[in-house]
Design a protein around this ligand. Structure first.
Ligand code: GDP
Length: 139
C-alpha cells in the first residue's frame, strides 16, 4: 500500500552536513522524495509541531533544539512508507537503535537524533499539512 510520511532532517543533521547522507539512505530504501524544503522554525512553530509532547519533561528542550537552526522537511512516498521509514530511523534513543539505522549511525544524543518521522497515518496527515501546501507536494 502506497503511503506518504513526513520526515525531518533535524538541526543537528543539517549543521553536521548530513543532509546528503540521510537523503541517500532514504532513497536507497525506495522512499521517494515528493516534497522537500529547508526551513527554520520559530519556538512557537516548534511547539505547534510537537504539541503532543506538551507537558513532558523534555518539551522545552526539544522545542528549543528544533528551533535552533534550519531543518530539511520532506514528504517521502513508498509502499508502507510510515513503518519502513520508522524502521530506517531506528529507536529514539540511538544507543538502543538497531545497527544500520540512521540514528544508530549518526545520532549523538536522545534529543539530537538527526531525523524525525511520522508514527501513524493520522500523524502523517497532520505533519505534512503543518509544513506543506498542496502546490508544494507532487501529485
Ligand atoms: P520519535 O518519534 O522517535 O522522534 O520520539 P518521540 O516522539 O517520543 O519524541 C520526539 C523527540 O523528542 C525525539 O525524537 C527526541 O528528539 C526528543 N526526545 C524524546 N525523548 C526525549 C528525552 O527523554 N529527553 C530529551 N531531551 N529529548 C527527548
Amino acid at each position: 500500500m502506497k503511503q506518504r510520511t513526513l520526515a525531518i532532517i533535524k538541526p543537528d543533521g543539517v549543521s553536521r552536513n548530513l543532509v546528503g547522507a540521510v537523503l541517500s539512505r532514504m532513497e536507497a530504501e525506495e522512499l521517494r522524495v515528493v516534497a522537500m524544503k529547508m526551513i527554520k522554525m520559530t519556538k512557537e512553530q516548534a511547539k505547534g509541531f510537537y504539541r503532543v509532547h506538551e507537558g513532558k519533561p523534555f518539551f522545552e528542550s526539544v522545542t528549543d533544539f528544533m528551533s535552533s537552526g534550519p531543518c530539511v522537511v520532506l514528504v517521502l512516498e513508498g509502499d508502507d512508507a510510515i513503518r519502513r521509514y520508522r524502521t530506517l530511523m531506528g529507536a529514539t534513543d540511538y544507543t538502543k537503535a538497531e545497527e544500520g539505522t540512521i540514528r544508530r549511525e549518526f545520532a549523538t544524543d536522545i534529543e539530537k537524533n538527526v531525523v524525525h518521522g511520522s508514527d501513524s497515518e493520522e500523524t502523517a496527515r497532520f505533519e505534512i499539512g503543518y509544513f506543506f501546501n498542496a502546490l508544494e507536494v507532487m501529485a
